[in-house]
Ligand binder design. Sequence first.
Ligand code: FES
Length: 155
Amino acid sequence: MPAEIDLSVPHICEVQMTTTVNISPTSPLSSADHTLFVCKTCASVWQDGKRLGESGGQKLLHQLQQLAQDWDLRDEFPIQEVECMSACNRSCVVAFAAKGKLTYLFGDLAVDGSASAVLECASQYYVKADGLLPWSERPETLKKGILAKIPPLSQ
Ligand code: FES
């Protein structure tokens, strides 16, 4: 049984706090709320349990990293490589995720020629408060191959 609290005595929660914490919209706490996940294992060629050469996912990842050097959202929307997103038969696979937004998983991306469309779509995702990416507004390359649209966690 919990101990009773004497309400006649001031408690810590009643002490006036004089310290203020400023969290501006541009603070580092909020600057990297978005992540572009890229599967680096997609489109691998395996022989005797070993991958031969560079996978398609690694090639797409490198193209994205290269293009992102000139992307205005490169600091706000970091690219994170992942081993697998369990959509292996729909390679290449990327995902957009952010706090308070829908999470999208896209597959069937060509190794070559998809990177600029992925960053364009990521930019669209970034400016939407809920992350919604209507079919008609997505780049042609990402109109097909959508594998998941997952609701945000409730806040
Ligand atoms: S290998 Fe890319 S999703 Fe599994």
